[in-house]
Design a protein around this ligand. Structure first.
Ligand code: SF4
Length: 456
């Protein structure tokens, strides 16, 4: 006798249509990069803050390491690169972004030198190594994470220390002096000037590498487009405070790549104007991002790129609109008013310092609790990103602050940025259900059930 047939779970998520447009823009970008060498472009590999306007002004093609690793993970193509990295000696506990990208470096070298390890099949090498063009030089722009700061240094070694490298150093913003705070205080001002001075030195490095004078007008133009796109992005994010929410955190995750590394252009501005307009249209017509929205949550942690679509459906299935998170509200040109488009260097330096892993817990707490209140959230979910200690380090303190100061419950689950093996679905499912039940109890009784803090 046949067992009962399991009914497919209804997909209650209603993702923005514009995310498909963004996906095409990103696909076109990578295809363009894969053929950049044939078009006579010099290629820079970089990590960390969005230096792409500098590279655009210098006439370069650019490969953002995290972005390429995230793209491979989102397409479930990270395996061959990670195998190559493992064979080369990179341990599974190493940040899976860097492990994937360093594996790509190994494959890229094999692709250009014909050296075979025997671990990764020829077809995989064709798909990956042959596509990512080798760099002419490296630039590292990583704030708040020692792995990020060393990542390009290791790539430099993989390429036999033959290619130039420029490293920008970012002071950590401890935020614990009496005058310190988000965007203010002597620490902030001094760090901003320190990084800005290094960006000016970077321009000299780029002039040396390209043999051309740097085009400051092109930088201003690129940053004018990026500033406008960032303003529109902020407007769209603010619209998501509406009830029910017209778009969620997952929609904004799909828009990370465009704001983070696509060229500053009218197309970028048009994209974010269309995203904002689609969200406004949903509000006007009463269309929600989650069918029967019942809960509103915060999501802390770098994105689990293997699971974007899955997590979006999973939370929606429980009537949860995930609406804010450190990785979205507090990253990616999130303070466009800092940019002076006629002289953007200082504002760019400040954005690189504002990396969400580069703040002491006082500032992180200020930002997280502010967003929990602004979006009227019911609780927090912490993606304890296994190989990213920079993000997970302060999460327990944030969970405690949310509970102590706002009475908000939270849960933790383990996963990773680009390694699906660390994700355990049963743990997220059981803890999420428990927290939602606790929220129901609080709505009925006005208080969380005893002992719920054990979940935090
Ligand atoms: S550990 Fe985290 S912050 Fe550091 S490089 Fe990896 S993903 Fe980035």
């Amino acid at each position: 006798m046949l067992g009962s047939i399991e009914k497919p779970v209804e997909d209650k998520s209603n993702r923005l249509g514009m995310t498909r447009v963004g996906g095409q823009m990103i696909a076109d970008y990578w295809e363009d990069l894969f053929t950049a060498r044939e078009r006579g472009k010099q290629i820079v590999w970089y990590n960390g803050g969005a230096l792409n306007p500098m590279f655009q002004a210098a006439g370069l093609a650019w490969c953002h390491g995290e972005a390429f690793a995230a793209r491979l993970a989102a397409q479930r193509l990270e395996g061959p690169a990670q195998l190559a990295g493992a064979e080369y000696g990179y341990n599974a506990e190493l940040c899976s972004y860097s492990r994937t990208h360093l594996g790509c470096s190994v494959l890229t070298l094999q692709g250009t030198e014909g050296d075979q390890t025997g671990v990764v099949g020829v077809h995989d090498q064709e798909v990956l190594a042959a596509k990512l063009p080798a760099p002419d030089f490296f630039v590292n722009n990583y704030a708040g994470c020692s792995t990020g700061q060393q990542w390009d240094g290791i790539s430099y070694r993989v390429f036999g220390k033959q290619l130039p490298i420029f490293n920008i150093s970012h002071p950590f913003l401890w935020g614990n002096k009496p005058d310190s705070g988000y965007l203010r205080g002597a620490e902030w001002e001094q760090a901003s000037q320190f990084v800005a001075s290094q960006l000016r030195e970077l321009i000299g490095f780029l002039e040396h590498q390209t043999g051309r004078p740097f085009d400051y007008d092109a930088l201003s133009e690129s940053m004018t487009y990026i500033k406008r796109a960032a303003e529109l992005r902020r407007e769209g994010l603010d619209l998501c405070k509406a009830k029910p929410a017209p778009a969620t955190f997952w929609d904004w995750i799909a828009s990370v790549a465009p704001i983070n590394f696509l060229p500053g252009s009218q197309a970028l501005v048009d994209y974010f104007a269309d995203v904002r307009d689609e969200i406004q249209g949903r509000i006007d017509h009463g269309v929600s991002a989650v069918k029967d929205e019942k809960y509103r949550l915060y999501f802390d942690g770098i994105m689990n790129w293997n699971k974007l679509g899955y997590l979006s459906r999973k939370f929606a299935e429980h009537g949860v609109a995930v609406l804010a998170g450190r990785y979205i509200q507090n990253a990616f040109w999130q303070e466009p008013h800092l940019i002076d488009t006629s002289d953007p260097i200082l504002g760019m330096a400040q954005h690189y310092l504002l990396c969400p892993t580069n703040h002491g817990v006082k500032t992180l707490e200020h930002l997280a609790l502010r967003d929990c209140e602004d979006y009227d959230l019911d609780g927090l979910v912490f993606h304890s990103t296994r190989t990213c200690r920079a993000f997970t380090g302060p999460q327990r303190l944030l969970a405690k602050a949310a509970q102590d100061k706002l009475g908000l419950p939270s849960i933790f689950f383990e996963g990773d940025v680009a390694d699906a093996s660390f994700y355990k679905d049963g743990i997220l499912e059981s803890r999420l259900v428990a927290m939602l039940e606790a929220i129901d109890v609080r709505r009925e009784r006005g208080a969380l059930p005893d002992g719920f803090s054990a979940f935090a």
